[in-house]
Design a protein around this ligand. Structure first.
Ligand code: ZN
Length: 355
């Protein structure tokens, strides 16, 4: 019987050495120590032995059972350690690994165009000014010669700040999203010494029907020069110089008489369309940027209205000035050959990555 025990012990150890998983270990435990355990089968014959032999075999069997249990426990620890070692290896940080290349991106066409415009104007001696996007009525309209109930206000489809806020305010103090960057001209004239020579790039908002040339928010750049002997000739030279630097020497400008409340005389300025080279046609089809006219309206301009100067405490008999405003989005569309400036706001990487 002792021999049977020795064989059983050897078999167990051999089987244990082969075990590689927690499931196999459980099976082995059940086979040797479970309900139908092999050891129990051997011990069934003990009843026929003498008392001394019963004692010897009983102790040996018990010792063997304890040996099995401790060997099983050790194996369980071994399997667990191997499992965690494997995970550690799998999840180890390999600093030499290649990582997917990152696209660093670049400036948006509108930012690029704004900075280029700023550089050109700085080179001509202009200063850059900035102002609030949520503006009051006084600076956005009244001081620009567009008083309350003036029909010209209808031209600027305005986003007003909610009635909850505006109802408690007096006329002139009511808040709106600025419809142009002109309020910054007013703020500058009211706070700075003459002569003034500034440009104001910034975001403006209109309640517009969107199409290829109109969006409800866009970027404008306005310029203002006020001093002694400032003439319309200065305005024409300035815009001609800037547009040629911006769009190329062949760019032509066309001044058309116009009416703005804050300038007198006033002119709309068109530039020859860069998309169709002024022909009105692209690949035989009508150019959507210039509506097949060959010209794109890029600027509004004129001599600052005396009422505006006086409203900012500037003597209009002694001083004069010119002002202009342009849509940066439209200029960006012209520069980059994009047929609709609305595309700049659609967050399409496919478009932006081309520039
Ligand atoms: Zn065109």
């Amino acid at each position: 019987m002792k021999e049977q025990l020795d064989i059983l012990g050897a078999d167990f150890m051999a089987a244990l050495a082969e075990v590689k998983s927690a499931e196999a270990l459980k099976e082995l435990e059940s086979e040797y120590l479970g309900k139908k355990w092999k050891l129990k089968a051997i011990l069934a014959g003990v009843k026929d032995l003498s008392i001394e032999d019963k004692k010897t075999i009983g102790v040996a069997a018990n010792t063997m059972k304890n040996d099995f249990l401790s060997a099983l426990a050790n194996k369980a620890v071994e399997i667990e350690e191997a499992y965690f070692a494997q995970i550690e290896e799998k999840e180890a940080l390999d600093v030499s690994l290649q990582y997917p290349s990152k696209n660093l991106g670049h400036k948006h066409p509108i930012s690029h165009t704004t900075e280029l415009l700023e550089d050109i104007f700085i080179s001509l001696g202009f200063k850059i000014e900035d102002g609030p996007q949520v503006e009051d009525e006084l600076h956005n309209f009244d001081k620009l010669n567009i008083p309350h109930n003036h029909p010209a206000r209808d031209v600027w489809d305005t986003f007003w700040v909610s009635d909850d806020i505006n109802d408690s305010k007096d006329i002139g103090e009511r808040l709106l999203l600025r419809t142009h960057t002109s309020p910054v001209q007013i703020r500058t004239m009211m706070s700075q010494e003459l002569p003034i020579k500034i440009v104001v790039p910034g975001r403006v908002f209109r309640y517009e029907q969107e199409d290829a040339r109109h969006t409800c928010n866009f970027y404008q750049l306005e310029g203002l020069v006020v001093g002694e002997w400032v003439t319309f000739g200065d305005l024409k030279w300035t815009l001609d110089t800037v547009m040629k630097q911006l769009l190329g020497e062949k760019t032509e400008l066309r001044f058309r008489p116009s009416i703005f409340p804050f300038t007198e005389p006033s002119a709309e300025v068109d530039v020859s369309c860069q998309i169709c080279s002024g022909t009105g046609k692209v690949k035989g089809k009508n150019c959507s940027m210039c509506s097949a006219t060959g010209w794109v309206e890029l600027l509004g301009s004129g001599m600052v209205h005396p009422t505006v100067l006086e409203g900012c405490w500037i003597d209009s008999k002694k001083y004069s000035g010119f002002a202009f405003g342009m849509g940066i989005d439209r200029i960006a569309a012209q520069r980059f050959g994009v047929s609709s400036s609305r595309m700049f706001y659609q967050n399409k990487l496919k478009l932006n990555e081309q520039f």
